[in-house]
Design a protein around this ligand. Structure first.
Ligand code: 3HC
Length: 295
């Protein structure tokens, strides 16, 4: 499919990434269907888009009119059949667990038109393995956005073993239409480029706190004021979701070996459901002005 033939984009998953991707697609003028497994999740994603567009309008980064038009282009939907019936591209952003993603793809192929391209926003999982549960592995690739999608300019476009050049070219062009900078990742390996570098950094930061060498805030100060990153490692973990980082590491550990063993500190946060900003606390307490939580 050529980029000019793309009009309707379905985003599966209305969480942090899904609703952000839907917003970016609608801002680029596409008709967007936002889907999640129940009314509450999909409405929550829609409300966050409304909030975000309101913020952009308030700061005069877009007009009030553009904010309204953008929101009007987005339809929240629950049934999969209805969500994908008119999709030219499906961007899947469901939880970072192979079994869940495979179930979603198995259901998708029943309902999506033959022309539909499947693009997964997986942070680390094998594009090839996911593509093989569908009836169209050549029309399948990775399209990996960064958190928060509205602000982060990069999109990794990842080739699975079966992805056709046509699919990769179209998804790369789509990222450009969404005002993003695509980078082609030629080999399907765990974590691709960014997370292969970034997630071990988060893990190492956690090991430093785990072994008592420094506090969360002390580690974050070095990340920001020496390494020049916009956020500390723990602030970033809270931003992307500690569970997301943990799942990526766990997968990299399985496939790439012991160097990627997740630090127990990350695991304990996941077990306690203190996942970062989205749950109100992680390494910092967002209900208490962002104060550090002693580890
Ligand atoms: N829409 C609109 N406005 C938003 C918003 C959204 N979605 N989210 C936050 N805002 C608003 C805030 O409410 C705040 O508004 P206020 O000033 O009125 O209070 C404002 O934006 C904050 O914006 P600023 O421009 O002041 O913030 P910063 O300059 O600090 O930038 C940032 C924020 C862009 C997130 C910057 O800190 C950054 O680049 N951080 C690094 C993020 C990063 O590396 N992400 C990639 C993570 S890896 C990943 O995602 C991969 C995955 O697979 C794990």
């Amino acid at each position: 499919m050529d980029i000019d033939e793309i009009n309707t984009i379905t985003v599966l998953g209305a969480g942090n990434m899904g609703h952000g991707i839907a917003e970016v697609a609608a801002l680029a003028g596409y008709t967007v269907v936002l889907r999640d497994i129940n009314e509450e999740f999909v409405q929550n994603g829609y409300d966050q888009i409304e909030w975000s567009l309101g913020k952009l309008a308030e700061k005069e980064q877009i007009s009030e009119e553009k904010a309204d038009e953008t929101l009007d282009r987005i339809t929240p939907v629950v049934p999969v059949k209805e969500a994908v019936a008119g999709a030219d591209v499906v961007i899947e952003a469901v939880p970072e667990v192979m079994g869940i993603k495979k179930e979603v793809y198995a259901e998708l192929e029943e309902h999506a038109p033959e022309r539909t391209i499947f693009a997964t926003n997986t942070s680390s999982l094998s594009i090839t393995e996911l593509s093989e549960v569908t009836d169209r592995p050549a029309q399948f690739c990775g399209m990996h956005f960064f958190n928060p999608p509205i602000r982060m300019p990069l999109v990794e476009v990842i080739s699975g073993e079966h992805s056709s050049d046509e699919t990769l070219d179209t998804i790369e062009a789509l990222a450009s239409e969404m005002d993003k900078t695509p980078v082609r990742v030629h080999k399907d390996s765990p974590g691709f480029i960014v997370n292969r570098i970034l997630v071990p950094l988060m893990n190492e930061a956690a090991w430093i706190v785990e072994d008592g060498s420094a506090t969360v805030a002390e580690v974050d100060s070095t990340t920001k004021f020496d390494m020049g990153l916009p956020m500390g490692s723990f602030e970033l973990a809270d931003q992307v979701g500690i569970d997301v980082g943990y799942h990526v590491l766990d997968y990299m550990h399985d496939v790439l070996g012991d160097a990627y063993r997740p630090c127990p500190l990350l695991e304990s946060k996941v077990d306690a459901e203190e996942l970062g900003k989205k749950t109100g606390s992680g390494f910092y307490d967002y209900e208490n002005g962002g104060a550090e939580i002693p580890s």
